[in-house]
Ligand binder design. Structure first.
Ligand code: PEP
Ligand code: MN
Length: 272
């Protein structure tokens, strides 16, 4: 049993944050299985891992495709976790839904309207990442495209925006969290990994996000970050993830973070 709750439930009505953790990309069976073990051991509810990767360079690792989805599902099942992975194309929604419990829209796809509409016809919760330079209005309108097409199960994910600053990969917009809380009942999670770009900055950003009222985290972890095929510099290793999760528990115990669970969240998922 997870120290933060039932690991097979995605339930934003609990007072504790929902933790989604795993590698940037599914690389092979050992890597995703070890990442799943690590995620489960420290209390995550959801295993992440990309099989279809939106890479800036066409020469970078693009993901394993369907074999990656299969490995993600198997590792998640083995450790009683739910699975989240990215969908890049409307034509992939059905295929990815056969393996994943939550469908991720990456930052680069936030305004891919055919994709949003296809996800609106899905019965899976959609994790909608903020676009690289999207305003809150643009982000909420992207969510609205999913909602009006029929799917109200939307989780918003703040993952940093492009600014003039270069000490982090992107600038985590902590202020977006309380601002969104005034405008939507959708759960809001924070991805500190893509904002930080470097592992030493991941935990402070994660804790800042939770303190500002985020309902959960999406964190990149890897059993051997130095060997990662993508985003190794921002991946937490076993010790880094253990200490982040200890800090998350301390924060939840000792303070009353702004975390306010949405009432009757339509995003709840359970898998037996
Ligand atoms: C990811 O989470 O795998 C990812 C590609 O992130 P983003 O879309 O936020 O860049
Ligand atoms: Mn990544």
């Amino acid at each position: 049993m997870s120290p933060l709750g039932n690991p097979r439930m995605l339930d934003f009505d609990r007072p504790e944050p929902v933790i989604m953790a795993g590698p940037c990309a599914v690389e092979d069976e050992d890597q995703i299985t070890e990442a799943a073990e690590l995620a489960a051991r420290h209390g995550a509810q959801v295993l992440r891992g990309g099989a279809f990767k939106p890479r800036t360079s066409p020469y970078s690792f693009q993901g394993l495709g369907e074999p990656g989805l299969r490995l993600l599902r198997r590792a998640a099942d083995r450790y009683h976790l739910l699975a989240v992975t990215e969908v890049l194309d409307p034509a992939q929604v059905e295929q990815v839904s056969r393996y994943a419990d939550i469908l991720q829209v990456g930052a680069r796809s936030m305004q891919n309207f055919p994709l949003l509409r296809a996800l609106g016809r899905s019965d899976r919760p959609v994790l909608l990442k903020r676009g690289l330079a999207a305003t809150l209005d643009e982000w909420l309108m992207a969510a609205e495209h999913i909602r009006v097409a029929g799917n109200e199960r939307i989780i918003l994910c703040e993952r940093g925006v492009r600014t003039f600053l270069d000490h982090t990969r992107f600038t985590l917009d902590v202020g977006a969290i309380p601002a969104l809380k005034e405008r939507t009942d959708a759960p809001i999670i924070v991805d500190p990994s893509h904002a930080a770009g470097k592992r030493n900055l991941v935990a402070p950003l994660a804790l800042a996000g939770l303190a500002a009222g985020a309902d959960g985290l999406l964190v990149e972890i890897h059993p051997r970050p130095e060997a990662a095929l993508s985003d190794g510099a921002q991946a937490l290793d076993a010790d880094g993830f253990a200490s982040l999760m200890a800090a998350v528990r301390t924060l939840c115990r000792n303070s009353a973070p702004g975390h306010s669970a949405p009432t009757a969240s339509p995003c709840a998922v359970s898998r037996t």
